[in-house]
Each structure stands twice: as structure tokens, then as C-alpha cells.
Design a protein around this ligand. Sequence first.
Ligand SMILES: NC(=O)c1ccc[n+]([C@@H]2O[C@H](COP(=O)([O-])OP(=O)(O)OC[C@H]3O[C@@H](n4cnc5c(N)ncnc54)[C@H](OP(=O)(O)O)[C@@H]3O)[C@@H](O)[C@H]2O)c1
Length: 327
Amino acid sequence: MVTVALAGATTGFGLTILRTFLHLNKGEHKIVLLSRSPQPALSARGIDVRPVDYTSHAQLVQALQGVHTLLSVIGGSLQGLLDSQLALIDAAKEAGIKRFAPSEYAGNGYEGVDLYQPKAVVWEATQKSGLEYTRFGCGLFMSVLATGTPKGRTEVGEREGVATGEEEALAGLRPWNFVVNVKAGTADFAGDGSAPTVLTEMRDVARFVWEALSLEKWEPDMGMRGDVKSFRELVQILEKVQGRKFLSQDNSFEKLEEEAEDPSKRFYNQARMALEKGWGMVGDDLNRAFPNVKPTTCEEFIEKWWGGVQLGEAKWEEMKSFSEEDF
Ligand SMILES: NC(=O)c1ccc[n+]([C@@H]2O[C@H](COP(=O)([O-])OP(=O)(O)OC[C@H]3O[C@@H](n4cnc5c(N)ncnc54)[C@H](OP(=O)(O)O)[C@@H]3O)[C@@H](O)[C@H]2O)c1
């Protein structure tokens, strides 16, 4: 049994990690939550909530007493991602925690994606910390394929207490049409959209991380794969499930680089180019370590959230960008 502390698990992906851990935990581990605000509803469920102020080293060290593994799932502002995680690493060293995993959950490294530069700095500090550490890689969250689904929630959503099927499917991801607009039936590829990338359902990410808590030793990089598909292949699956033809267009990297000069379109364009260059092809270390975990495939996910949905003819809509303010 280890005592695992989650930092930043009250919204977004972190909340899905917390909910999945609570669902899976049959007494194997003790879960502690570090949050910047009191969480009475979570405390009432018996979770050890420890309020923290990331600007107070002494208070952070105190909050980390007795913790074996520290998982950061901090999001929010880029400055917060940077400052709070650096403060967390400093405090973790002093508190004597054994393992740390920074808020990564993306592709291989940081090249070409400006918004990930704070992650690069945190990664360097992690490597120098003297703690045992890992970088969990999962490629793209599969949830992007559910944006706009009109389907109702299932028993998973009921258990988690979410209001709609879309909320269940997004699992904390903001609604986002990334390359494909599944509801409108369009695909705006980087290049010709034929490069394979890893996509992992967020609850499967949580499940793999849960399993990794029991490993004797952590490797510096631990990847997991839900499925491997190119965007072009995803469109083929979507067309089959939705029973309609998608509109699609290829885009040269020169054009997308030009678009990326607009700050409000930078992350979207840099991320889709990086994926087309193979950035999302993380390893399958955790699949090999835990063959009993059968992650959701893209076919299964698309069938679940789009099977039987009646949709009109495909038509282009304006793409909403995903900028720093949305991060
Ligand atoms: N691979 C993908 O497709 C993909 C997609 C989206 C996100 N991600 C990754 O998932 C991780 C979580 O992102 P998210 O969007 O889910 O996060 P988020 O919902 O924006 O924030 C998560 C938590 O961070 C804490 N937080 C916010 N600002 C903070 C600050 N200044 N200092 C300390 N804590 C702060 C909050 O916890 P408290 O208020 O309780 O302290 C919040 O609940 C990130 O590493 C992100 O890059 C990956």
C-alpha cells in the first residue's frame, strides 16, 4: 500500500484520475488530495484533503508528510503550471517523498509546441530532483472524438455524477474540435493526415497510472497506448459509424506555420503539426507491463458516442481555436 497524493485533481483530467482511483481502490492505496481550496464534498467522502498554498514552502512540506507517490495533474495557467510544480518538487524533496510524476500526459517531448515550454522546465527540474520519477505519456485524449455527442450518459456517468453523455465522454476535457469536427462531419488535416498517433481514453490513462503505482521501480518514461490511428483512419471509422461522407482537406505545413503566427491559433496548429510529425507516438510500456488492462479502441469509443446518431449532411463550420487562455 502506498500513500498517493494528487495535486490539482478537482477539475479536468485530474478529476477523472481522482474519480477513477476512488472507483478502483479496494483498500490498496491511501489517496490524499492537495487543493488550493477546501473541498468539503470530497472530505465528506472520506478523502484526506490537504489545502495548500503553493507559495508557502513550509505549508507544502507539511501537506506532503507521509506521502510516498506524488502525482501532479495541475493545469490552469501556464505560470501556475510552472511555478506551482517547481514549488511542489522543492517541497517533495524536503518532505522525503519517494516518487513524483509531473503533469505531462501528452506526446514525446516538447519540440515545436510553445505552450509546452513550462512542462520542459518542470521536466528538467524533475530529472535533477533526486526523486524517483516518470513521465506518463498517452498521446491525444480520445475524448476529442466525442465533442458534440447528443447521446445520454451511461452507468459510468451516473456513477461519476455528471449531467450529460457529452460530459461523461469528455471526462473533463473542454469541448474541442481538434482536426476533426465530428458533429459537423469535417476534417482539417495537418499535411495529409496519414501519420499514426496514439489516442487514449482518459479513464484508461487513469487506470494505467493506477496500475503503475504498484510497480517496484519507475522508468523515466512510461508510455501507454489506447489505440494507434491516423486522423485519416479516424475519418474512415467515423464515416462508417455515422453512415455519411466527411468533407476533408489537406493543409501544407507552410500554411499551418503561417496560421500559427496568430497567437490565438498557435497551440492548435503547432499541436496538429507535431502530431503529424509523430510526436504522439508514445511507447507502450504500460500496456506490456499490464496486459490485463484492455484499453478502449477508437472504434469502440466512436461507436459508443456516435453509433445510431442521426446527422445531416457534412458541412464546414468555423474552427474554434484553442489558445493559451483556454489552457
Ligand atoms: N493529451 C491530451 O490530449 C491532453 C488534453 C488536455 C490536457 N492534457 C494535460 O492534462 C493535464 C491537466 O490539464 P487540465 O486541462 O485537465 O487541467 P485544469 O482542469 O485546467 O486544472 C487542473 C487542476 O489544476 C489546479 N490548478 C489550476 N491552476 C493552478 C495553479 N496556478 N497552481 C496550482 N494548481 C493549479 C486546480 O486544482 P485546485 O484548484 O484543486 O488546486 C485544477 O483542478 C495537463 O498536463 C494538460 O497538459 C492533455
